[in-house]
Design a protein around this ligand. Structure first.
Ligand SMILES: CC(C)(COP(=O)(O)OP(=O)(O)OC[C@H]1O[C@@H](n2cnc3c(N)ncnc32)[C@H](O)[C@@H]1OP(=O)(O)O)[C@@H](O)C(=O)NCCC(=O)NCCS
Length: 153
């Protein structure tokens, strides 16, 4: 699940599982399992901030054998849909420079998140953390093409 040697992260994830599944009305309300054919294949989670305008996503994953089929993106779409309902304006995500997280970095960028910075402090001193943010207020509308535009392409 994590890069080799990140044993502390495994324990942190277990602690998160205990918290989320132990308190379904609190932390657990912001955690869901993605299923295919009734079988769990992924986990989505998010955390609204106290003031309500911002939120963060984290602990999201898809089982290796189900990756690259669009489920990670759909999971993220579901999180964003839920947070829009709560009028959240900004969603933060943090991942790592470690090559293990390349798919996550690419996923956030292709989804429209912008990188906001890199900083020390992750579980591996050799790799910095990478921060992203998705601005739900100032998203650029997708321009609609009319017949004239199409002719000019
Ligand atoms: C990140 C993760 C959830 C993506 O799940 P997924 O189901 O494979 O993702 P999708 O198939 O929906 O792909 C969405 C986008 O992610 C990016 N991506 C996914 N896998 C990639 C890979 N191996 N290399 C490069 N980009 C990749 C692409 O931009 C892709 O869009 P595209 O298919 O249009 O190119 C999955 O790789 C995972 O569980 N990784 C380990 C845990 C993790 O890093 N979680 C995030 C913690 S911050």
């Amino acid at each position: 699940m994590f890069p080799e040697g990140w044993t502390g992260e495994v324990e942190r994830m277990r602690e998160f599982d205990r918290e989320a599944f132990g308190s379904p009305d609190k932390v657990g309300r912001c955690v869901f399992v993605t299923c295919v054919g009734g079988e769990p294949i992924g986990l989505g989670s998010y955390e609204p901030c106290a003031d309500g305008s911002a939120a963060s996503v984290g602990h999201n994953c898809i089982l290796p054998e189900f990756r690259r089929r669009g489920y990670g993106r759909r999971q993220l779409e579901e999180i964003v849909r839920r947070l829009r309902e709560h009028r959240v304006e900004r969603i933060a995500a943090t991942t790592s420079e470690h090559p293990f997280f390349l798919p996550a970095r690419e996923m956030y960028l292709s989804f429209g998140f912008a990188e906001t910075g890199r900083r020390d402090g992750g579980p591996d001193p050799g790799f910095r953390l990478v921060d992203y943010e998705l601005d739900l207020v100032h998203e650029l509308p997708v321009p609609e093409l009319d017949a004239c535009d199409v002719d000019e392409l």
